[in-house]
Design a protein around this ligand. Structure first.
Ligand SMILES: O=c1ccn([C@@H]2O[C@H](COP(=O)(O)OP(=O)(O)O[C@H]3O[C@H](CO)[C@@H](O)[C@H](O)[C@H]3O)[C@@H](O)[C@H]2O)c(=O)[nH]1
Length: 420
């Protein structure tokens, strides 16, 4: 087992796409991009909240053409969903959330309302169950849908692929059919960098070929993208923005909302967090023999609040009737697993033990985003660097060591009363 200050010898093999020279290019590029990222945080402040009411009507009508219009957020109680709902509320949108709460809880939304100082609407509904979906479309004037609801664990998807195809693909098609029935043709879809498979060129841009995708979860994202593309081609009433996220992490700078994984986390950052808390003994690094700076896999980590602002920018894009467009949301900066552990260690001031084990099946070596299309066409830029992502993540886990508590009955009642 290594501790973070241990120098790890890089083991390389010859059968990988990325040479040492390429890694050096990535390193240099990272430095340039890091220097250009605006590191000011988007922490909400009193002024912004107080000004909200003056701006809200204007912002809402900009996108929805209706002051009564709602943005429907599927899976809005989850990690990225809840941060996006907060950003929507802060930007003046009316929001109705549906969630089946299978991997989330109401507490995130209770806290979102407190942070935003604005109410949202919530319905316990499932994208697979039209009996729960239709009443929501009947009740609200829905102008656009942000579609997050999905199963999302790559490893789990290789074990129970049918559940993934059923929930993600069938659920999405069900949702799209109901949207069509109610004349709602605007959608922002929560896609993933995983649709690129292992790209030939790094950073990857939206013109790069898609697939082959190495796991069922990723395939569901690709299939849904394809379905949306076909829908937009067949009927020009449809407008869709496909957002391909790279590796989301961090938490709202307040430390009040964040990621709340159930069971042993699959993803790196939540796993590292539980090691920091002493809930898990060490980080298992999957593979030390990739041809990268230190032999461990490289990813493009992006702050969840930057993803949230990306969704608001995507909603505005829908107003221009773009047809079907895809955007990468990443910083363009890649970090190895060891660099992530070191950054987290800096944020929490603790040593983080780790052990290098064999590669995880289905993993790729390196991926980073070319997000210049989103910069140009959405006017979207990430604001947070890696240290801020880790600091915000640490603030969230330090103040909520066991994640969200079960809300009290009274607070649940109040929430439901406010919501429906
Ligand atoms: O316990 C762990 C977990 C992960 N890793 C490594 O950490 C990196 C990141 O892994 P992870 O956090 O699981 O993310 P990815 O596999 O890159 O996939 C994420 O990022 C994709 C977008 O690129 C999203 O589509 C997926 O939902 C999301 O899980 C990879 O090199 C993994 O091998 C470890 O070494 N140990």
């Amino acid at each position: 087992m290594h501790l973070i200050e241990t120098t790890v010898t890089t083991v390389t093999t010859n059968n990988h796409i990325f040479s040492k020279q390429h890694c050096q290019v990535l390193q240099n590029k990272r430095q340039t991009i890091e220097n250009s990222i605006n590191i000011s945080t988007c922490e909400p402040n009193e002024t912004r909240m107080e000004n909200l009411d003056n701006n809200s009507v204007k912002k809402l009508s900009e996108v929805t053409n209706s002051q009564d219009g709602y943005v429907l957020v599927t899976g809005g109680a989850g990690y990225i969903g809840s941060h996006t709902v907060l950003e929507l509320l802060l930007n003046g949108y009316n929001v109705v959330v549906i969630d089946n709460l299978s991997n989330s809880c109401e507490e995130s939304l209770i806290r979102v309302q407190k942070l935003a100082r604005r109410p949202l609407k919530f319905h316990h509904a499932d994208i697979l169950d039209e009996k729960t979906l239709i009443p929501v479309f009947e009740k609200y004037n829905i102008c656009a849908v942000l579609h997050f609801a999905a199963l999302k664990a790559v490893g789990e998807s290789t074990k129970i692929p049918l559940n993934y195809y059923w929930n993600n693909v069938t659920g999405s098609l069900n949702l799209f059919k109901i949207m069509e029935r109610f004349g709602v043709y605007n959608i922002v879809f929560s896609s993933s960098a995983t649709v690129y498979g292992q790209p030939d060129t790094i950073p990857v841009n939206e013109k790069c070929s898609l697939g082959p995708v190495t796991n069922p979860y990723g395939k569901t994202k690709l299939f849904i993208e394809e379905a949306i593309r076909d829908m937009c081609t067949a009927n020009d009433k449809w407008n869709a923005v496909l957002l391909r996220y790279f590796n989301p992490t961090g938490a709202h700078p307040s430390g009040v909302i964040g990621e709340n994984p159930r069971g042993i986390p699959n993803n790196l950052m939540p796993y590292v967090s539980q090691v920091v808390q002493g809930r898990l003994p060490f980080v298992n690094i999957f593979g030390g023999d990739y041809e990268t700076v230190d032999g461990t896999g490289i990813r493009d980590y992006i702050h969840v609040c930057d993803l949230a602002t990306g969704h608001v920018a995507a909603l505005r894009k829908l107003k221009t009737k773009p047809g079907c467009v895809a955007y990468n949301l990443g910083t363009g900066v890649g970090y190895s697993v060891i660099e992530i552990i070191q950054a987290m260690s800096r944020a929490c001031g603790k040593k983080i033990p780790y052990k290098i084990s064999k590669r995880r099946p289905g993993d790729i070596s390196v991926i980073t985003a070319d997000a210049s299309l989103a910069n140009i066409e959405l006017g979207w830029y990430p604001k947070y660097n890696l240290d801020q992502m880790c600091q915000d993540l640490w603030r969230w886990i330090d103040s909520n060591p066991l994640g969200y508590p079960e809300p009290s009955n009274e607070s649940k009642q109040n929430f439901l009363k406010m919501s429906s």
